[in-house]
Design a protein around this ligand. Sequence first.
Ligand SMILES: [Fe+2]
Length: 359
Amino acid sequence: MHDLGRLEDLPADYVDALTRQNLVPLWPTLLALLPPDKPRPQTKATSWSYESLRPLLLKAGELTPIEKAERRVLVLANPGHGLNKLQDTPAIYLGMQLLLPGERAPAHRHTPNAVRVIVEGEGAYTTVEGERCPMTRGDLILTPTGLWHEHGHDGVDPVVWLDVLDLPLVYYMEASYHVNGEPQAVRRTSGRSGHSHGGLLPTPFFEREVTEYPMLRYAWKDARASLHALALDQPRLEAVQLTYINPSTGKDAQNILGYYALMLRPGQTLHLPVRSPASIYHVIEGGIEFRTEDQIFALLEADTCCVPGYSEAILRNRSEKSPAFVFIADEAPLHRKLGLFENRGRMARNAVNGRAQGR
Ligand SMILES: [Fe+2]
């Protein structure tokens, strides 16, 4: 596909005649639609410093009462898509949400899937479908599509969390909407349902329960302990990484986005493979240097960055003494379901014939 004709090569009256009948010539835009070798993403590798955004988020707490915001969120928008699109990658929306002591965010449900990762503060909780999920730093709490959820805060300091949603995709599908509801009756507290212990499931009368989302809160202390144990058990293991899964099915915790916890050993540099999905990285503990293509981000605790699909990611733990912990979200479940997933490996930066490894 070389030297294809341009729109301006065509007579203006011909283009006008096409336009009047809602017709468009394909060849001037064919290479943009089907570029050679790899996609040309709009998503730009971007980072956000928590220290820099935190004062602006707290200021939002002064400027806008919760009643006027419903959800008091600053969106981590990707400039490659245009900030007004409120999206980070094709399928990922990221927002930092602030809840002040005594505030409540009313019950609602919506078609996009959401998760939150708690960044700071104690005493807040999310109630999801009648299950009260306490929020402590690093916890991952799911609010899957269609499930009622609301937030409250009985503590004394501001609570902040990172929202991760598949909103851009669901919006693009023209399937995004919400419904408001009444405050939920709390029927149980997370962590008491039997799912939070690895390898064990409630099976009354030998039958697995049929709940689609049996586990809604993944406590950071459990994920952190599992990463430590994995690192100790396999000292040569290069990528000390866990996937958040649905314990009933063993599949990804949600349908569209995937969620992972990664531990970098002290001083470790980890080259991640070049894969088709876009991804985001959020530092839970420690400080890392993050390299992708021609960019380097120095990420401290609670900092976040994103990278488009088909790009490399090299993470270095800047501490020689302590491990670093990173939360990752990506579009891999979506890519797999669509048959688009590629893993081009770690040394294949210039390779063009993907689909070789790890599908
Ligand atoms: Fe929500």
